[in-house]
Design a protein around this ligand. Structure first.
Ligand code: BGC
Length: 746
């Protein structure tokens, strides 16, 4: 499919031009929308009724054909060359026609992981936000809500009523090509961040989605891999993240994933869909398949899939036949339809449909910049090299990463179109699948602006010696190192690509004042770490990224972000040094990852419950940078821990002991009683606290039962074990200032 899609996207701009002429006239669009207003007399127009009652009232008036129409999309549309594009489709990734006679609008779905995808097709602008992994680095739930609001606001302005962003597979596999779309390795952090993001989308009356459910934790062989995992591990890792986010956001949609889990495809997996998602999580929305992730009619329908996307290979005529043959009860189809309609009422897309307007690029950029400022992690700062003092700098060498023209973005279906086109290929039209796109947010310009008297020079970094020569003759050298990541491929290793390790080593050898700014989709190894003064993890920083990076380098913004993933020293330190399905000898996929014809294989992730930082603790291994790590230009002091057993809280004093205002992310880690057989701490709570110099605050963190329980498989429920829980509080998972204990569960 990946090959098919890359071809499709190459032709897409031409195809769309033709389609626009043939099918897409303003008149048809407005006619569609006018018809979508329900007659005032319709009983379901009564907003005081519950979404479920309103859906039932609509269903009483629906024909059988109308019901079957809602449970599948209409095909690949603009995503695949040669696919018909329905006249009223909004040119998003998916389209499902509504029922105008009943006032049920079309559902227009747009990929929108980090910004609205494919805006260029209709000449629209879409804000590129920092990656979701960057958002998770803020540990800021308000920022996560704002992130979703930006997506929802822009989707609405472009006429979309459903987002298919909301990626949240855990970073179990640090090589995963889509880690930048996800919220890190901890289920409690990821669940809260993505829950807020999806709530933000839905606050704009645009239906939200959370994906890819579940365990789509690697891209290698994603169409055939069978993830083998025991129930307790499932529930306490990725599924816990989904549980938290789904209960918080109540999203309209959950997208089931391509892979198999314990032998069944995720989109026909009774355990995942019926038992866990719909029963245990009480999910009231609908399950839509990832694009072509539906594999059957009867099994999928009965296992809980509600809508096939993007076409009707299984949920079109075949579903009607299966119902006629008694293999799928009509009640199941009614349930699918009910879930779709009730979500439309619940989120407000019927009462308050999208209104087209010009996207506000300025507001989007301000929001993106604000989130970027909170998301850039200061990993290393030797000898207080940072913040830079502009007055003391006469010459600055900027090296590599196309920092003279832009910042990198992530690829695949999360790709956003750059305003004016990809700045490193100005002649190109729509983005090409698999090719990096740089956005016009220019680090070199932003740095020059903050150091107006300095001579700022650029070297592309393609020749390490030339770069080193420039670095040697400059007061400081800032190397921009990039790693392009995208859907459908995993990183071959943790090493930076394109000889950039050698580049950084050469520059560091020439200049004792070398700072590395990383634009990556996930963790990378840093063999040169001892020789550089400073490192910033800027992820893919979005359209306000250059200014945010410069503001942090020069101290206009005090860094406050914390890692939502561990950085390993080398691939050998990872639970899976090579991604399952990759042949370690050739470093290539054992099977062609792009075709469904390949042979399946099992992925048995050896870390089990101990995902990410937990695994380092179990193995007594030091990561390069630990989960929760991130430096500030000021210092914080923790004191006076009090454990309040009765109301299950911990309380302590946090003081900014430095000379600069700054935000600390105070983190609470808890180790469960030994009977849990979990010999590692887990994140249980945190708080981002902004403090003026010298200011102290009393911080209270909850001991949340849901975050301290284990999943008891025999009883099929969560259980708070009786016993002593060890508490550790500090600024990172490996930087604990306060320790205590509490007895719970008795
Ligand atoms: C991706 C989904 C995406 C869909 C539609 C699939 O290949 O896995 O995340 O939403 O395509 O573009």
């Amino acid at each position: 499919m990946q090959q098919a899609r890359s071809r499709a996207l190459e032709f897409v701009s031409v195809a769309v031009a033709a389609i626009t002429v043939i099918f897409f006239t303003p008149a048809t669009v407005y006619a569609q929308r006018a018809a979508a207003i329900p007659p005032n007399s319709a009983a379901w127009n009564d907003k005081t009724l519950s979404p479920d009652t309103r859906a039932d009232l609509v269903m009483q008036k629906m024909s059988i054909d109308e019901k079957f129409q809602l449970v599948h999309g209409t095909g690949w549309g603009v995503l695949r060359a040669g696919s018909p594009v329905p006249a009223a489709s909004n040119h998003g990734a998916g389209y499902m026609p509504g029922i105008p006679r009943l006032g049920i609008p079309d559902i227009n779905l747009a990929d929108s992981a980090v910004g609205v995808r494919m805006a260029a097709l209709d000449g629209h602008y879409a804000t590129l936000l920092p990656s979701v992994i960057a958002l998770a680095s803020t540990w800021d739930l308000d920022a996560a809500h704002l992130y979703g609001e930006v997506l929802g606001r822009e989707l609405r302005a472009m006429g979309f009523n459903m987002s298919i962003g909301g990626g949240m597979d855990l970073t179990r596999e640090p090589h995963n090509g889509r880690n930048f779309e996800y919220a890190g390795e901890d289920p409690i952090l990821a669940g809260n961040i993505v829950g807020q993001l999806a709530s933000g989308v839905q606050s704009q009356h645009v239906m939200g989605d959370i994906k890819h459910y579940a365990f789509n934790d690697q891209e290698t062989g994603r169409n055939v891999v069978n993830v083998v995992m025991d129930k307790r591990t499932m529930r306490e890792t990725d599924l816990l993240a989904f549980e938290i986010a789904i209960k918080m956001a109540k999203p309209a949609g959950v997208m089931c994933s391509y892979n198999k889990v314990n032998g069944d495809w995720a989109c026909e997996n009774d355990y995942l869909l019926n038992q866990v998602l719909k029963k245990d999580f009480d999910f009231k929305g609908w399950v839509l398949s990832d694009w072509e992730a539906t594999h059957s009619t009867v099994k999928a329908a009965n296992a809980g899939l509600d809508q096939e996307m993007p076409g009707e290979d299984f949920f079109g005529v075949k579903l009607q036949q299966a119902v006629a043959a008694g293999q799928v009860p009509m009640a199941r189809v009614d349930d699918m339809v009910h879930r779709i309609l009730r979500s439309m009422f619940a989120v407000g897309v019927i009462d308050d449909p999208p209104v087209r307007r010009v996207v506000d690029p300025f507001r989007g950029r301000d929001d993106a910049r604000h989130i970027a400022e909170e998301s850039i992690v200061l990993l290393k700062n030797a000898n207080a090299q940072l913040p830079l003092k502009a007055a003391a700098l006469h010459s600055i060498a900027i090296i590599g990463g196309h920092a003279d023209v832009g910042v990198l973005s992530g690829g695949g279906s999360a790709q956003v179109d750059a305003p004016g086109g990809n700045v490193i290929h100005p002649e190109q039209g729509s983005p090409i699948w698999g090719k990096p796109v740089y956005f016009p947010s220019v680090p070199m310009k932003a740095i020059q602006k903050l150091a107006p008297a300095a001579k700022v020079s650029f070297d592309p970094g393609t020749d390490p010696q030339a770069a080193a020569t420039l670095a040697k003759s400059s007061d400081i050298a800032i190397v921009f190192a990039t790693q392009f990541m995208a859907e459908s491929v995993d990183a071959p290793s943790l090493s930076l690509p394109d000889n950039q390790d050698a580049l950084i080593s050469a520059v560091a050898a020439a200049s004792p004042h070398t700072i590395v700014v990383l634009e990556t989709g996930g963790p990378v190894s840093m063999p040169w770490i001892a020789n550089v003064s400073g490192v910033l993890a800027a992820w893919y920083p979005g359209i306000g990224g250059a200014e945010a990076i410069a503001d942090i380098l020069f101290g206009n913004v005090n860094p406050s972000a914390r890692l939502p993933i561990s950085f390993a020293r080398t691939d050998a330190d990872l639970p899976q040094p090579t991604v399952p399905g990759i042949d370690p000898k050739t470093n290539k996929a054992v099977e062609d990852a792009s075709t469904l014809k390949q042979k399946g294989f099992d992925a048995v992730y050896s870390e089990g419950l101990a995902v990410g930082y937990k695994w380092y603790e179990v193995k007594h291994r030091e990561p390069l940078f630990a989960f929760g790590h991130g430096l500030s230009y000021t210092n914080f002091q923790y004191s006076d821990l009090k454990v309040n057993q009765a109301d299950r809280t911990v309380e302590f004093q946090l003081k900014n002991t430095g000379n600069l205002a700054g935000a600390e992310v105070a983190q609470l880690y808890v180790t469960l009683p030994a009977s849990s057989e979990e010999p590692f701490q887990r994140l249980a709570a945190w708080k981002r606290v902004q403090l003026a110099p010298g200011e102290s605050q009393t911080i209270t963190l909850p001991l949340n039962r849901a975050y301290l329980s284990i999943f008891d498989v025999a009883a099929d429920q969560w259980k708070l074990l009786p016993g002593e829980y060890k508490l550790a509080i500090g600024g990172a998972s490996n930087d604990v200032s306060l320790k205590g204990k509490v007895k719970l569960g008795e």
